[in-house]
Design a protein around this ligand. Structure first.
Ligand code: SAH
Length: 405
């Protein structure tokens, strides 16, 4: 045994983890690779503190993994490893290295990508986006939150080129975890605007003031698709944020593009993007999208391509009915504006609203309007947002393209 190994086993001997025992039969999902233990699945509650590492065992004492404990959250344990190991800088560095290798392999040219996608990178509750040499972190769990310093050290170790690390910990979900809102530079320095290329599009992102982590990286591949298929067309980019789809449409030769968003900051950034990309045919407008669609209908305006990329309409099952109604209204209003031969592009990032739900809604609304649609393309989240098969929760983005007969 090496000296390091001997010290490790001594530490393990003195450091006894608390054990969480599950109720009978509750271990199956975890054996399949799911990473969440719900409170009602536990038979024996440990004397563990917020974010402490615990061992999880089945009712009959089969070892299932170690994870972060939360004494009050609905998710009582978030599994972090299926072996007993120390959760330290070295552990995070190994996981982050593995995450980085996947991005290098699948998106070798990307200057911005999601480096860590939580559970799908075996780092439950941690999100890290990379924009050039700035990293933006979000901690959705207490276990990650209390280890912020180790995570920062690991990120710097794995990516020595990093010049600044930011946290954007202002998500509503943090309240359920009993975590405070925190926002700002954690390490190094961060420019007001970070510039990077996404395909042909020049972007300048404000990671401290923009929405979420600053840019919606999950639509990367879908934006490429749009860039290839709208040459010469009039394109309406609904819910455009800082203009991602619009810029790709413009670079792809669209005749005229209008992007609409209700956020004034997003529209200011989008307008700046049109300027620095030399795309005078791309324009932006601040408006409520539901009103704008009604206004276009009243004026009998037509669009060859309408992209609908609304924010999530439901965070819980209780609000799914409202979400369905929202998607129905949007898709119906958009369809009324698209001539024969045009494209309806309908995206949804509501995780609880599956692809077949969206297909159903679009079909119902098209049938009501007596319009025939053909599904010509289906996309999803970019590969830097991998889907862990054991956790359907990691699959959320739908991107459907319909041709109007
Ligand atoms: N298509 C964007 C991402 C859209 S995110 C991209 O490719 O980057 C959803 C956007 O919808 C946000 O920018 C938000 O400001 C905007 N939004 C939310 N409600 C809206 C409404 N009622 N009308 C217009 N925009 C809205």
């Amino acid at each position: 045994m090496t000296i390091k190994g001997a010290i490790g086993s001594m530490l393990r001997y003195f450091y006894r983890m608390e054990t969480v025992r599950l109720r009978p039969k509750e271990h199956q999902r975890l054996l399949g690779g799911h990473q969440w233990v719900f409170r009602n699945e536990i038979s024996q509650t440990p004397q563990a503190e917020l974010g402490e590492i615990v061992r999880v065992v089945s009712h009959s004492d089969r070892f299932l993994g170690i994870g972060f404990y939360h004494p009050t959250s609905r998710i009582a344990v978030r599994i972090i490893s299926d072996i007993e190991e120390r959760i330290d800088v070295e552990f995070f560095a190994k996981r982050i290295q593995r995450a980085l290798e996947l991005r290098h392999r699948l998106l070798p040219q990307a200057e911005a990508y999601r480096l860590v996608f939580g559970e799908a990178d075996m780092l439950s509750g941690l999100i890290v986006d990379r924009f050039d040499n700035t990293l933006v972190m979000q901690m959705h769990s207490a276990g990650m939150d209390v280890r912020i310093n180790e995570i920062v050290d690991a990120l710097r170790h794995v990516i020595p080129d990093v010049t600044g690390i930011v946290e954007r910990n202002t998500m509503g979900t943090r309240v359920q975890e009993g975590l405070p809102h925190r926002d700002g530079v954690v390490w190094g320095s961060v420019p007001d605007r970070i510039t990077f290329l996404e395909g042909p599009a020049n972007l300048e992102i404000d990671v401290l003031g923009g929405q979420k982590t600053g840019y919606f990286l999950d639509q990367r591949i879908n934006r490429e698709w749009i860039g290839k298929h709208v040459s010469g067309k009039r394109v309406l980019d609904a819910f455009c944020n800082v203009g991602g789809f619009s810029l790709h449409a413009g670079h792809g030769g669209a005749a005229h593009v209008v992007g609409i968003d209700s956020s004034a900051t997003a529209i200011a950034a989008a307008t700046h993007h049109a300027t620095i990309n030399n795309l005078s045919q791309v324009q932006f407008r601040k408006a409520n999208m539901f009103d704008a669609l009604r206004e276009y209908a009243a004026n009998e305006e037509q669009w060859d391509v309408i992209i609908l990329d609304p924010p999530s309409f439901a965070k819980s099952r209780q609000s799914l009915g409202g979400a369905r109604a929202g998607y129905a209204e949007l898709n119906r209003s958009a369809l009324k504006l698209i001539p024969s031969g045009g494209l309806l592009v309908s995206a949804s990032c509501t995780q609880l609203f599956a692809e077949h739900d969206l297909l159903d809604v679009v079909y119902e609304e098209s049938a009501r309007l007596r319009r025939t649609l053909r599904l010509v393309h289906r996309g999803n989240q970019a590969p830097d947002h991998p889907v862990l098969l054991a956790m359907p929760e990691t699959q959320y983005l739908k991107f459907l393209v319909f041709e109007v007969w």
